[in-house]
Each structure stands twice: as C-alpha cells, then as structure tokens.
Design a protein around this ligand. Structure first.
Ligand code: COA
Length: 263
C-alpha cells in the first residue's frame, strides 16, 4: 500500500500490517476534528487495501495514546454543534472502526482518556503498556462521553463498573483495566508494539474472509434490532461459498498448512 502523508497521524505499512499512529505530541494526541478526518481516511484506505490484513492503532510518544477529544476546539460549541460533533465523530471514526472487516488492535501506550478510550474501545480489542491510564472524565467537564463511551464501556466492563468510571470521572491503571477485561494484556512499554505485531501475525495466518465474517457476527449481537444468532447462521453459511473455506478444509484434509487466497 502506498502510504499517504498526513498532518496529525503517521501511517506505516509492512508485511500486510498497517500501523496508524496518532501524532499530535504537543497536545497529548488529543483528537481534533482534523485528526478524526485523517484517521477516517487512513482506516478507509487500509480497509480497501487488499494487502492489509490487520491494523494497529497507537499514539505517538511514551505518555499518551490519546488524551481525549480536543477540549479547546469544542469549548464554545452550542447544543446543535455538540450533537453534530458526536454524530460526525461516531460516523467517521468510532462506529466506522468498530465495523471494519479488517481486525483493529489498539495498542494503548499511555493516557487513553475520553475520546482516546472511546477510540481504543471501538477497536476490536486492546492491549496496554504498564504506564497506561484509562478513563472517561467527561462529566468533570460538564459533558458526557459522546463517541460511543456510554455504550461500549458497559459492554466491555459491565454496567456497574462503567457507571462508576463515568460518574467519578476517575482513571484506572493498566492492571485494573486488565482485571476489568478492558484490555487483554499489559506489557512494559517497549514490548507493546512487538506484542501487537505478534498478535496481528497470529490473526493474519487465518482466513481474512472468515475473520471479517466473525467480526460481523460478533458485532451483530450488540446492534439494536439485530439477532446475533441469526446473523451467525447467515454468515456461517456464506463462508461455505468462499475460496478460503475450500482451501482451509482441503489443507486440513491434506495435512498441510493453508495458503488462503483471502476471498
Ligand atoms: N484537549 C486539548 N488539549 C489537551 C487535551 C485535550 N483533551 N489533553 C491534553 N491537552 C494539552 C494540554 O492543554 C497541554 O497543552 P499546552 O501545553 O498547550 O497547555 C498539553 O496537551 C499537555 O498536557 P498537560 O495537561 O500539560 O499534561 P499533564 O501531564 O500535566 O496532564 C493529563 C496530562 C492527561 C492528565 C491532562 O492533560 C488532562 O487532564 N487532559 C484532559 C483529559 C480529558 O479530560 N479528556 C477528555 C476530553 S472530553
């Protein structure tokens, strides 16, 4: 994939893996609207690139993944601008990432607050460095999480814990996040990206079309008006019509490693 140049993010692509790094170090990688638009563009490009089999999203530097939405940008917004901010952000980035068919791993390398934690939660799963701190501090600013946080945090950690985290506006450390199931692993900072790459490598050995189908079925269980079990039946059936299914089953029967065509 030919990587584009952006102002607020860095995109690296090698060995079928695209790494997107939010890069606004002077603002602890806070998400202004321009950064959200760039992230949308980069995720969209990675999704459409047939040579991208997994995506890692992380923050630049050692201090922050993302310290939240850019408070300076929305401080004087009106009611309708506030609603528009949440709607646009969810459509362009948070819901967009959650529904990508390419697996997205968030490597949380420091503060993941507000929109930062919401971005990490929109990813398909998360790992964290041991200095990471996570929270949804919006009520301390007189607002609530608007990029999906009131929905995804209870899904990931349970309603009571989410209520406490959101109402206290407090931060939890990486080990607490691990205990809550908010992140899958905690590592020293220098091991974070290597671990993300190792996990991506394990994923990329499998059928990308089956992984896309699995993401669709898992997400369906969390969608209003959808029945996850019904979606599972439909997408399970569809897998039988793919070249990957043919290759995967033949390889097993022939006692060899599969070479998935990815279709
Ligand atoms: N929006 C805009 N700017 C932010 C930001 C945010 N969410 N988070 C940090 N920054 C900026 C700071 O304003 C500061 O900029 P400046 O140097 O131009 O003044 C710079 O990033 C460094 O942050 P600073 O607060 O000096 O670092 P710190 O180590 O003292 O504190 C935090 C780190 C994360 C605890 C603190 O920055 C913070 O509380 N940020 C806001 C978190 C938040 O409420 N997020 C939810 C937003 S909805």
């Amino acid at each position: 994939m030919k990587s584009k140049t952006y102002e607020h993010i860095l995109v690296d692509h090698h060995d079928s893996l695209t790494t997107i790094t939010i890069h606004r170090p002077s603002k602890l990688n806070a998400l202004n609207i321009a950064t959200i638009k760039e992230l949308h563009d980069a995720f969209k490009q990675a999704e459409s690139d047939t040579d991208t089999k997994a995506i890692i999203v992380t923050g630049s530097g050692e201090k922050a993944f993302v310290a939240g939405a850019d408070i300076a940008e929305f401080a004087d917004f009106s009611v309708s601008q506030g609603e528009q901010l949440a709607a646009q952000g969810q459509a362009l980035l948070f819901d967009f990432v959650a529904h990508l068919s390419t697996p997205v791993i968030a490597a949380v390398n420091g503060f993941a607050l507000g929109g930062g934690l919401e971005l990490a939660m929109a990813a398909h799963f998360r790992i964290a460095s041991d200095n990471a701190k996570m929270g949804l501090p919006e009520v301390s600013l007189g607002v609530i999480p608007g990029y999906g946080g009131t929905q995804r945090l209870p899904q990931l950690v349970g309603k009571g814990r989410a209520m406490e985290m959101i109402m206290t506006a407090g931060m939890i450390d990486a080990n607490q996040a691990l205990q809550f199931g908010l992140v899958n692993y905690v590592t020293p900072q220098e091991d974070l990206l290597p671990l993300a790459e190792k996990l991506a490598g394990k994923i990329m050995r499998n059928s990308s079309v089956a992984i896309a189908a699995a993401i669709e079925a898992i997400n369906a269980g969390y969608e209003e008006g959808e029945n996850g079990f019904d979606t599972e039946i439909t997408v399970f059936g569809k897998c039988f019509g793919t070249a990957d299914f043919h290759e995967g089953t033949q390889a097993f029967l022939e006692k060899r490693k599969p070479d998935f065509p990815g279709k």
